[in-house]
Design a protein around this ligand. Structure first.
Ligand SMILES: *Cc1c(COP(=O)(O)O)cnc(C)c1O
Length: 365
C-alpha cells in the first residue's frame, strides 16, 4: 500500500528546547533544574523529550505519576525521577526499587515507604512537601518541626529535599513574593538551608519572575516548551512545537452559503474556502471557534470560518489566490502564538499542549 501522509503533525524543535533550558539555567546562578515532563512532556512526547533533556545538565525529571516514571525508566534514561503527585500504596514497592523520589505529604505514606525500604534493605531519598498556599498536597505549615522530627526517626527514608508549589505566580505577585518569604522562613525554622540538599518552590513563572531566596532547585515546565507564563519574558524563549496540517480542498462558495456546523458563519461574498485536515479530534481547541482564531499559510494569516469540526476546519483564502491544495498550514508555532489561541479558547497554553491527541504524529528535528 502507498504511504498515507499524516493530515496533522507536530514538529518538535529540539534545539529550541535546549535554548529554553539554557535560559532557565541562566536565570539564577547556581540554580539546578528539575525539567518537568509530566503529561507526555506537555504533549511534546515523553520519551523523546526526556531522553533529550537527560543529556543536558539537569538534576531531575519531574513526572506526575508512576506510569510516566516507568516509561522513562523503560526508555533506559537514568536521570533521577521526581514524582510531583501523590502515590498509591500499591505503587510504592516499585518506587523504592527504582529509587524514584516521592514528595511526602503525610506520616502514613512516610511510614509505608520506610517499611518497604527497610524490607528491601535500602534507604529511599524523599522530599518533604509543604503546602504554602496551593491546597493540593504537602503538609500544612503547622507542627512542621515535630513532623520533621518524626520523619527523621524513620531509618528507611532520608529527607533529601523540601518543596512547595506556587498557585498564582503568574497572577498575584504580592502573594507569590510572600510565599517565597514564607518558604525561606519554614526552611530556617527546620534547621536552615543546609538541612536540605534540595530546596524548591518555583515553576516557570516563579523562576522567571521572582527572587529565589534560599531555593537551589527550580521546576520549570511550560517555559522549556517555549511559552512564558509572564508575557514580559516571552521574547527570550523559542517555540518548540509547531502544529501543522495541509489544505486538503479548495472551493469557491457563493454569497449566502453557510460554513460548518450550526451555520454560525455565512458568506457575504463569493468566498474561496480552503478546507484543512485538522480538527478538535487532533486537539485543536473547538472553543476557539468564533473568537478570531487564525492560521498561517505561505507567509499570511487566514481566519478560521465557523466552527472547528472533529477532523477538518475551513479558512477564507479569497484574497490569496496563490494558496493551493496541499499547502502546509501552521495552526500554532512561531507565527501563531499558542498563548493567543489559548485566550481565544478561554483556556491556558498548558491545556492546549496537553490536549494534542495521539493521532498527531510528533516529528523531531
Ligand atoms: C506542573 C508543575 C510544575 C511546572 O509548572 P510550569 O508552570 O509548567 O512551569 C512545577 N511544579 C509542580 C509541582 C507542578 O505540578
Amino acid at each position: 500500500m502507498p504511504p498515507s501522509p499524516p493530515r496533522a503533525w507536530a514538529e518538535i524543535n529540539l534545539s529550541a528546547l535546549r535554548h529554553n533550558l539554557r535560559i532557565a539555567a541562566e536565570t539564577w546562578p547556581d540554580m539546578a533544574l528539575m525539567a518537568v515532563v509530566k503529561a507526555g512532556a506537555y504533549g511534546h512526547g515523553l520519551e523523546d523529550v526526556a531522553r533529550f533533556l537527560s543529556e543536558e545538565n539537569i538534576a531531575f525529571l519531574g513526572v506526575a505519576n508512576v506510569g510516566e516514571a516507568r516509561r522513562i525508566a523503560q526508555a533506559g534514561i537514568t536521570t533521577p525521577i521526581y514524582l510531583l503527585g501523590a502515590t498509591w500504596s500499591e505503587e510504592r514497592e516499585e518506587i523504592v526499587r527504582h529509587h524514584w523520589v516521592p514528595c511526602i505529604s503525610s506520616l502514613e505514606e512516610a511510614r509505608h515507604f520506610d517499611q518497604i525500604a527497610t524490607a528491601q534493605n535500602t534507604v529511599l531519598a524523599v522530599h518533604l512537601a509543604v503546602d504554602t498556599g496551593m491546597g493540593r498536597g504537602g503538609f500544612v505549615t503547622e507542627n512542621l518541626t515535630s513532623t520533621l522530627r518524626a520523619l527523621r526517626e524513620l531509618d528507611g527514608i532520608r529527607i533529601e529535599g523540601i518543596g512547595s508549589h506556587l498557585p498564582s505566580a503568574d497572577e498575584d505577585e504580592d502573594f507569590t513574593r510572600a510565599q517565597f518569604q514564607q518558604f525561606t522562613h519554614i526552611i530556617n525554622l527546620l534547621g536552615g538551608p543546609h538541612s536540605f540538599r534540595w530546596r524548591h518552590l518555583a515553576n516557570s513563572a516563579g523562576l522567571l519572575g521572582y527572587d529565589p531566596h534560599t531555593c537551589n532547585l527550580a521546576r520549570p515546565g511550560l517555559m522549556l516548551y517555549g511559552i512564558s507564563p509572564l508575557p514580559q519574558h516571552q521574547e527570550k524563549l523559542q517555540t518548540v512545537m509547531t502544529l501543522k496540517s495541509r489544505v486538503t480542498l479548495i472551493r469557491t462558495l457563493p454569497a449566502g452559503h453557510g460554513v460548518s456546523y450550526g451555520r454560525s458563519f455565512v458568506t457575504t461574498r463569493p468566498t474561496r474556502v480552503a478546507t484543512i485536515g485538522i480538527g478538535y479530534g487532533d486537539g485543536y481547541p473547538r472553543h476557539a471557534s468564533g473568537h478570531g482564531p487564525r492560521v498561517f499559510v505561505r507567509e499570511h494569516f487566514f481566519p478560521i470560518l465557523g466552527r472547528v469540526t472533529m477532523d477538518q476546519m475551513m479558512i477564507d483564502v479569497t484574497d490569496a489566490p496563490e494558496i493551493q491544495e496541499g499547502d502546509e498550514v501552521e495552526l500554532f508555532g512561531p507565527h501563531v502564538s499558542v498563548t493567543e489561541l489559548a485566550a481565544q479558547s478561554q483556556t491556558i497554553p498548558w491545556h492546549i499542549y496537553t490536549g494534542i491527541t495521539p493521532r498527531v504524529q510528533r516529528i523531531y528535528f
